[in-house]
Design a protein around this ligand. Structure first.
Ligand SMILES: [Zn+2]
Length: 217
């Protein structure tokens, strides 16, 4: 039986890690954890670096406020939509991690078939077409992918990851950011060229198990 304080601490620890790793600016990004029929969320407009357990908002699964003095994240509808579509997940993380977000802003797919690690970890990174922030339209179109994938680029916006825990969703976001950063560096040193795994190399790896639902090496 998890206590509310433990859930709030999970969110605060994740927020601090996201800040330390440079995944969030001062006010950007949001995190939620589902526990039974309640949702624990980061507040709107507050620093992730300085976030405390007392600032975490609790709502029901429709977004009605149950506990907290602050306003919940404006992306509450996006979080709720993810939980509706994926009853197996307990956490959602959203941020504007700079390298990944550059690809999201450009609407350019990341190449996941450039190393065994990234291919097995992600398989693919779907791009969800642009939708207005603060509404469930922000993830309109995610229905097509969310049963098979845990990590997404939101076109012209940022990154979304779901997981069993906030730590897991954060870890996938961090891996995505490493993939994007590596791709940028590779394109700089090769003048934009790729050196992807061959079809045979991909097939052998994928027979071991594919993800974006989290195969770990
Ligand atoms: Zn955002």
């Amino acid at each position: 039986m998890r206590r509310d304080y433990e859930i709030k601490k999970e969110i605060v620890d994740t927020a601090h890690m996201m800040n330390t790793k440079g995944l969030v600016g001062t006010y950007e990004g949001n995190i939620s954890v589902k526990h039974k029929d309640r949702l624990f969320l980061t507040p709107s407009g507050h620093s992730k670096e300085l976030l405390t357990e007392g600032q975490i908002i609790v709502t029901d699964m429709k977004g009605e406020l149950l506990e907290g003095q602050l306003k919940p994240t404006s992306e509450n509808p996006m979080h709720i939509k993810c939980y509706e579509l994926r009853p197996d997940i307990n956490a959602v993380v959203h941020c504007h991690a700079p390298y990944s977000t550059a690809y999201a802003q450009a609407g350019i797919k990341l190449e996941t078939n450039v190393s065994p690690e990234f291919l097995l970890l992600f398989g693919d990174i779907p791009i969800i077409p642009y939708g207005t922030p603060g509404t469930s339209n922000i993830v309109k179109g995610i229905e097509e992918y969310i049963q098979d994938y845990d990590v997404f680029l939101l076109e012209k916006h940022g990154v979304l990851a779901v997981g069993e825990t906030a730590l897991e969703a954060f870890s996938k976001t961090m891996s995505l950011e490493m993939l994007a950063q590596t791709e940028v560096i590779r394109k700089i040193i090769t003048g934009g060229k790729s050196n992807p795994l061959t079809e045979k190399e991909c097939r052998i790896l994928l027979e071991k198990g594919r993800s974006n639902h989290g195969v770990k090496s």
